[in-house]
Design a protein around this ligand. Structure first.
Ligand SMILES: Cc1cc2nc3c(=O)[nH]c(=O)nc-3n(C[C@H](O)[C@H](O)[C@H](O)COP(=O)(O)OP(=O)(O)OC[C@H]3O[C@@H](n4cnc5c(N)ncnc54)[C@H](O)[C@@H]3O)c2cc1C
Length: 479
C-alpha cells in the first residue's frame, strides 16, 4: 500500500495533521491502536453517561488564537459546538475561597479586593501573562526562569500565589520546575480567550477530524498498532503494523512519502532505526524529564449538581497542608487523603454528557505510575476504590449531598492513560516543560519523519497537540 503520508497515532496532533493534509489533497493513512480516534481526547460510555477522558477546558478560541484559524480552515466550527465555561475556577484551600474569572480585568480587581497590599504584584503578574509573546521576544537569549521563582519575586502572600496557581495541574506538577515562558503563554490564553468545553465531549472533535480525513479520500485504521518504521537508506519510507493485541499475527507494511509520528517520541526507541540515530535520540530523551500523568475519578450523577448547590464548573482544592509553593510538588506525590485535586462539574454547561435530569463530573489529580506499579490486580482494584471513596468524602464536605448524587464512578490512573495512549509513564503533556527546554536543541528527526504530538516543540494540552499537528502538516505541504 502506498500513501503520500502515514500518520502513526490518532491523538489530536495526528488527527489535525492528517485532516489538514487530506484536505490539501494528500492521500493519508492514519493508524491508531485504540478502538477510537482521539488519544486523550476521547470519551467512553458507562450506563447513561458519556465520560470525558481528557478535556476540562480548552483555552482560547478568541480572534487572536491560532486554533481559531486552524478550526476555520478545517471546517471544525461547522460541526463542533464549543461552550464557554462560566468561570476559570473556584479555588478552595481551607483559608481562602476565591472564584477566578476568565476576564483578566475582573480577575485583577477581584484579587486586589482580597489582597490589597499585593496590588503591584497582581498587576505585574497579569502584565506578564497577558503580554507573554511580546516579553518572550524581548527577552530572547536570556536564561529562562521558572514560575515559582517569578511569583516569589513579585508577591509575598503565599495564599495569593496558590490561588494564581490553582490550575497548575493543567501544565505540570511543580511551579519551581515549570518554564515561566511556557506557563505565561498558556495561562494568558485562558485569560484572553476563556475556557471552552466541546458539546458532547472531546470525542466529537476527534471524530470530526477522523471523518474529515476519510471524506477527503484518506483512510483511518483503528485497532492497528504500528510496530516499526521502514527505512530506505537514511529516509523513513513506511511503517509495519498489525491488529492491536494480536502479537501472533504477521505484520503488514505500508509505504508513505512522509511519516507523521503522533505516538510519543520516546516510543521511537522501540523501533529498529539506524544505531547512530537511536544513540543520539537516547541522549536527547534522557536530558528531558517526562511530564506528569493524571488520575481521574469519573462520576455519573443521578441529578444535576446545581440541585444540591454546586455553582461552579471547575473547583481546584488545595489541601490546607499546602502552605506555600514549595509544598506543591510533595503534595502531588503524597497521600491521596491530602492530594490537591480539581473537580469538574460538566452539568454547569450544556455538555450533553448525560440524559435530562442527570449529569457527569470528574475528579482529577496529578498521578505517577510508581504509585500503582507492582500491585496485584486485586490490590490495584482496592486502592482505586479507596481513592474514589476518599475523593467522594472530600467532595461531600465541599458540596453536601454529593455522595447521594453519585450513581456511578470509575477510576482511571496513570497506568490507564499509559495503556490507552502508550505514552511512557502515562504522561499527558509530553516532556515536562522545564526552563532548561529552551537551551536544548529540538529532538532530532530523520528525513521523512515528522513529529506531531504533545511531545513535540510546542508541548501538550489540546492547544499544543493541535498546533504541533497543524505545523507538521504545513511543513510537509511546503516540501
Ligand atoms: C485526564 C486528562 C485531563 C486533561 N485535561 C486537559 C484539559 O483540560 N485541557 C487541555 O488542553 N488538555 C488536557 N489534557 C491533555 C491533553 O488531552 C493532551 O495533552 C493531548 O490531547 C495529547 O494529544 P497528542 O496528540 O499528543 O496525543 P495522545 O492523546 O497522547 O494520543 C496518542 C495516540 O497515539 C496512539 N498510539 C501510540 N502509539 C501508537 C502506535 N505504535 N501505533 C498506533 N497508535 C499509537 C495512541 O493510542 C493515542 O491514541 C488532559 C489529559 C488527560 C488524560
Amino acid at each position: 500500500m502506498n500513501f503520500d503520508v502515514i500518520v502513526v497515532g490518532g491523538g489530536l496532533g495526528g488527527l489535525t495533521a492528517g485532516a489538514k493534509l487530506a484536505k490539501e489533497g494528500r492521500k493519508v493513512l492514519l493508524l491508531e491502536q485504540h478502538d477510537r480516534p482521539g488519544g486523550c481526547a476521547t470519551t467512553f460510555k458507562r450506563k447513561d453517561f458519556i465520560m470525558e477522558v481528557g478535556l476540562h477546558e480548552m483555552d482560547g478560541l478568541d480572534a487572536r488564537d491560532m486554533k481559531t484559524r486552524i478550526f476555520r480552515d478545517l471546517g471544525v466550527f461547522d460541526e463542533v459546538t464549543f461552550l464557554k465555561v462560566p468561570e476559570f475556577y473556584r479555588f478552595v484551600n481551607g483559608r481562602y475561597e476565591f472564584v477566578m474569572p476568565h476576564d483578566p480585568e475582573l480577575a485583577i480587581s477581584s484579587l486586589i479586593e482580597v489582597f490589597p497590599s499585593e496590588e503591584e504584584g497582581i498587576r505585574a503578574y497579569f502584565e506578564r501573562i497577558m503580554n507573554a509573546r511580546k516579553v518572550i521576544k524581548e527577552t530572547a537569549g536570556e536564561p529562562e526562569g521558572n514560575v515559582g521563582d517569578y511569583l516569589d519575586s513579585i508577591i509575598r502572600d503565599e495564599d495569593l500565589k496558590l490561588i494564581l496557581l490553582g490550575n497548575l495541574g493543567y501544565f505540570h506538577d511543580d511551579p519551581y520546575t515549570l518554564s515561566l515562558n511556557y506557563y505565561s503563554v498558556a495561562q494568558g490564553s485562558y485569560f484572553s480567550g476563556g475556557g471552552n468545553f466541546i458539546q458532547g465531549g472531546s470525542q466529537v472533535l476527534s471524530n470530526f477530524l477522523a471523518d474529515s480525513i476519510e471524506k477527503n479520500g484518506g483512510k483511518v485504521l483503528l485497532k492497528h498498532l504500528v510496530t516499526n518504521l521502514l527505512m530506505e537508506g537514511q529516509r523513513v519510507t513506511g511503517v509495519e503494523y498489525r491488529p492491536a493485541g494480536k502479537d501472533d499475527q504477521g505484520s503488514i507494511q505500508a509505504f508513505g512519502n512522509e511519516i507523521v509520528l503522533n505516538a510519543s517520541i520516546p516510543s521511537l526507541l522501540n523501533f529498529s532505526l539506524p544505531n547512530a540515530y537511536l544513540e543520539n535520540l537516547k541522549k536527547e530523551v534522557s536530558v528531558r524529564d517526562i511530564g506528569a500523568s493524571l488520575l481521574t475519578v469519573y462520576f455519573g450523577f443521578n441529578k444535576s449538581l446545581k440541585e444540591i448547590g454546586s455553582g461552579n464548573y471547575s473547583y481546584f482544592l488545595y489541601d490546607p497542608s499546602v502552605n506555600s509553593q514549595s509544598d506543591i510538588k510533595e503534595n502531588n506525590s503524597g497521600a491521596f487523603e491530602q492530594r490537591s485535586f480539581t473537580f469538574v462539574d460538566y452539568g454547569q454547561v450544556d455538555s450533553r454528557l448525560a440524559p435530562e435530569g442527570k449529569s457527569v463530573g470528574a475528579v482529577c489529580c496529578i498521578d505517577y505510575p510508581d504509585q500503582w506499579n507492582g500491585l496485584s490486580k486485586e490490590e490495584y482494584r482496592q486502592k482505586k476504590e479507596h481513592v474514589a471513596q476518599l475523593f467522594i468524602d472530600r467532595l461531600e464536605s465541599l458540596i453536601p449531598g454529593f455522595r447521594d448524587a453519585v450513581e456511578f464512578y470509575e477510576v482511571g490512573t496513570s497506568l490507564t492513560v499509559e495503556r490507552y495512549t502508550l505514552n511512557p509513564e502515562g504522561a499527558v503533556y509530553g516532556f515536562a516543560q522545564s526552563p532548561k527546554r529552551v537551551v536544548l536543541d529540538e529532538i532530532s528527526s530523520l528525513p521523512g519523519l515528522h513529529f506531531a504530538s504533545a511531545w513535540s516543540k510546542i508541548g501538550g494540552g489540546f492547544s499544543g497537540a493541535i498546533f504541533n499537528g497543524y505545523m507538521a502538516a504545513i511543513k510537509i505541504l511546503r516540501g
